[in-house]
Design a protein. Structure first.
Length: 234
């Protein structure tokens, strides 16, 4: 699992660094370039050349190191290793999103006119929504395979105290994520792009709140739940 994740990470980091090195001559060292866009596709955050070229590759390196270490320090390491499919999807999927964002930011800063529809305004919102929505949908298909651990999944006091709550909550969250992701992709392709972001953020918020409430209800009705209180510890 770690080996596959690191191999994918290295490939994507090399891709990002290659783009940055290619784009460096096109960017003024003293210039300011768009690094963030609002829901209407208007640039509302700016940074210098170094931010545009090296922020995403640097962040990816740090995250790759962190994700490669987590399984070794998780007290429930075996369960995390048993969750290799969702772990790799989270790992590689999030890095693909970062790579896509890096490409859009660099191409926009370099003023590659033939890619303007993709790298500017509504085009950017549309395609980032498609990429993130697809990632969320794929993640939803494997959420039910995540075994109890301390670093990944829906970790509430109730899922961590009841295997039944963990399993049912992740199955529900998986369906909600899958529906949210598919709805986001569909909205991005056929509607105004900002509605895709509304659906994405709204769907994730509803999914998280539903997961928290549902995890408590399942835990409450689980006869095998852990209910140890301090006075019983002795």
């Amino acid at each position: 699992m770690i080996r596959k994740g690191l191999m994918a990470s290295v490939a994507l980091i090399i891709l990002m660094l290659g783009l940055s090195l290619w784009a460096m001559p096109y960017l003024d060292p003293d210039g300011h370039y768009a690094t963030h866009w609002n829901i209407n596709g208007e640039a509302d955050g700016f940074g210098g050349r170094n931010v545009v070229l090296w922020l995403m590759p640097g962040l990816t390196v740090v995250l790759a190191a962190l994700l490669s270490v987590l399984p070794a320090i998780d007290p429930r390491r075996k369960n995390l290793l048993r969750s290799s499919s969702p772990y790799l999807i989270i790992w590689i999927g999030s890095f693909i999103v970062l790579t896509f964002a890096h490409f859009m930011m660099v191409l926009n800063a370099a003023q590659i006119t033939d890619l303007a529809d993709v790298s500017n305004g509504p085009g950017l919102l549309r395609w980032i929504s498609v990429v993130v929505g697809a990632f969320i949908a794929v993640l939803g298909t494997v959420m039910g395979k995540i075994r109890p651990n301390w670093f990944m999944g829906v970790r509430t006091p109730w899922t961590l105290s009841s295997d039944l709550s963990w399993d049912k909550t992740h199955r529900l969250t998986g369906w909600l994520f899958m529906l949210t992701g598919l709805a986001t992709v569909l909205a991005a392709l056929v509607l105004i792009p900002r509605w895709a972001l509304v659906i994405l953020t709204g769907g994730i918020t509803i999914s998280v709140l539903s997961a928290v409430g549902y995890s408590f209800l399942v835990w409450k009705n689980d006869p095998a739940r852990e209910t140890l209180i301090p006075d019983e510890a002795d």
